[in-house]
Design a protein around this ligand. Structure first.
Ligand code: FAD
Length: 290
């Protein structure tokens, strides 16, 4: 356990306070102990991966944060020719390079999405109409009661940006891939990365898309039509490049981001009668946490 860990240093939006307890397990056994400790102390807990899809409030956070990352969960293995198993803490970019170098395709669409394998699977990350859970062969998860369970693909309950985990922690994901030439995979990854460069604000403090796309539409387009690009609350700003991104211009408070989110939501509701749903995960502070 480490004291005084600021989640603002572990999230890409660079906002977030200090959890009452920060646990950094280095193995499945330690993860099991961390869960048992939270149970024993009647402490709510949340899992942190790469912190790239989170809006965390400031101050003392009334829950434990269990950080699933390297070095405990960063192993990649190859149990069969076209099957790769990756620990939940493996950075998604590292997994993609590993697959490319071995001529195994199927995950190229993840190129440029930050974060870890655990976070990608837990949020069913995707792009260009593809979703990571479709490539999962099976998952190893640790249930809240400490039992290790294997979930086969057919039993996964996933939908757009969602995987039902019932409180389990992803420990490892096995992917079913397709043999393909390294050059083709590399070229496809570069193409996706280039398209991202053109459309998304990269290299700035953000947590990716704020809202999910409503059925048959694009949240970014609706927000753009509302004229919201460049709108600011404090130091939080709607990106001028992509209206579904909020940028922390430096020193933004979670409250600024939350007020901007409300403003964006209201504008789309008024103009189009559409209720936008958050894609970013909101971790509340002491006054609001359940
Ligand atoms: C510039 C930028 C571009 C992005 N583009 C995309 C995109 O195109 N498509 C897309 O889908 N996302 C995108 N994102 C969002 C984000 O990168 C992805 O959702 C990513 O997969 C989250 O992984 P993470 O490890 O950072 O998860 P975190 O942000 O740490 O956590 C996200 C959620 O997953 C849970 N979680 C994390 N690890 C585990 C685990 N081991 N077990 C159980 N639950 C876990 C957390 O509790 C939390 O609820 C983008 C973000 C940025 C900053």
């Amino acid at each position: 356990m480490q004291a005084n860990v600021q989640l603002g240093e572990l999230t890409t939006l660079r906002i977030g306070g200090t959890p009452v307890r920060y646990l950094h397990p280095r193995s499945v056994a330690e993860l099991r102990s961390a869960l048992a400790e939270c149970r024993r102390d009647r402490l709510a807990w949340r899992v942190l991966g790469g912190g790239s899809n989170l809006l965390v409030e400031e101050g003392l956070l009334p829950y434990a944060v269990i950080h699933v990352c390297a070095p405990g969960f960063d192993r990649i293995r190859r149990p069969a020719h076209a099957v790769i198993g990756a620990g939940a803490g493996v950075p998604t970019a590292r997994l993609l390079h590993y697959c490319r170098d071995r001529g195994l395709g199927g995950l190229e669409f993840l190129a440029g999405i930050p974060g870890t394998v655990g976070g990608a699977v837990a949020g069913n990350a995707g792009a260009w109409e593809r979703h990571v859970c479709n490539a999962v062969r099976r998952l190893r998860v640790l249930r809240p009661d400490g039992r290790l369970k294997t979930v086969r693909r057919a039993a996964l309950r996933c939908s757009y940006r969602h995987l039902e985990l019932d409180g389990s922690v992803v420990v490892e994901a096995e992917f079913q891939l397709e043999p393909r030439s390294t050059e083709l995979i590399g070229a496809q990854m570069n193409r996706y990365a280039r398209q991202r460069d053109e459309r998304h604000p990269l290299g700035v403090r953000s947590a990716g898309c704020v809202f999910k796309n409503p059925p048959g539409s694009s949240a970014g387009r609706l927000l753009d039509l509302c004229g919201l690009k460049g709108t600011r609350v404090g130091n939080a700003e709607v990106s001028r490049l992509h209206a579904n991104f909020i940028i922390n211009r430096g020193g933004a408070a979670a409250e600024d981001v939350l007020r901007l989110i409300e403003l964006m939501r209201r504008a789309v509701r008024r103009r189009f009668g559409i209720e936008l749903e958050l894609e970013v995960r909101h971790w509340p502070g002491r006054s609001k946490a359940a």
